[in-house]
Design a protein around this ligand. Sequence first.
Ligand SMILES: [Zn+2]
Ligand SMILES: [Zn+2]
Length: 365
Amino acid sequence: MPQRSTIDPREKQLNVPKRHKVAIFREQGGPITIEDADVVHDLPRGQALVRVIYSGVCHTDLHANLGDWPVPNKLPLIGGHEGAGVVVKLGEGADQHVKIGDRVGIKWINSSCGDCVYCRKSHEPNCVKAECSGFSVDGSFQQYAVADAKSLTPIPAALSLETAAPLLCAGVTVYKACRQANFTPGDTVVIVGSGGGLGHLATQYASYMGARVIGIDTGADKKALSAKCGAEVFIDFNQSKDLIADIKAATPDGLGPQAAIVAASGAKAYEQALEYLRPRGTLVPVGLPPNATIKADVFWTVFKSLSIVASYVGNRQEAIEALDIAARGKINVVSRTLGLTDLPEVYKQMHNGQIAGRIVLDIDR
Ligand SMILES: [Zn+2]
Ligand SMILES: [Zn+2]
């Protein structure tokens, strides 16, 4: 499934205006308003100004707006952490990492300190001083965003900015999840939510890495998308009378899959995974249902030697790898493009569970 490369004419417009358009909210659960604001011209050391052209919308952005996570976010806040654009201005020292005109992505980890025990081991997402785009610092729902230059992700020439945007969080997250799922080529991997925004990408990355994917989702559309993304078997959780038995039966030796990557929100999917995984199998939770817990039966978890490996977003190198695989035509991003002014409506639909696939915003619209 090769991607068509398109350079947006706006990528060549490197002038920096005084004012720009932002989508902002002032209190948790408060309305998103589209406003004119001053562009930040005085950049701190190591920071770059990115002219954002496209940004994906992630469920996390809605959580930040609602304030329903157990960690506080900045207020007022400009959300967004799947920003794709070009570098238009550099703070002192930023030229060590990027140059004017570079095509770059703003991802969830806006900056990490580089010096703490986690950064030294390349676990930047767990950095004790990490700043998160569209959460602890303003993000990509604005035309000109400030970002840490060394943490920007270079976007390969073969990827359009519109295609790259959803990969910067959704793509990197599921690529990391696949890497942590402890499977080798030929192993069976279950992707729960295989027809969704995260799941359709997870299905493709897992297939690319050699897994035989069993997709779990519901409905004809999700089934068709799962198959298109490489799932060899699809099980509709609303039609299966015994999901655990059906999943085990779909593995070549009947012992169950080696790994389950759960990209669906819903606590039940996690408990089911622990039941159908084969001995020494790995559960990778990716979806974040609010106030959910994973209940693991101690006896069977020990007896089957199961692992639960939580996967947070990837580091800088994993972001580069996730985009590189897509740039080589291995990943087909299914998304729908709307305008920045549509963001309030997108949140409303997201809240009601009506969004299928990924939404990308054209920030100028
Ligand atoms: Zn995200
Ligand atoms: Zn650090």
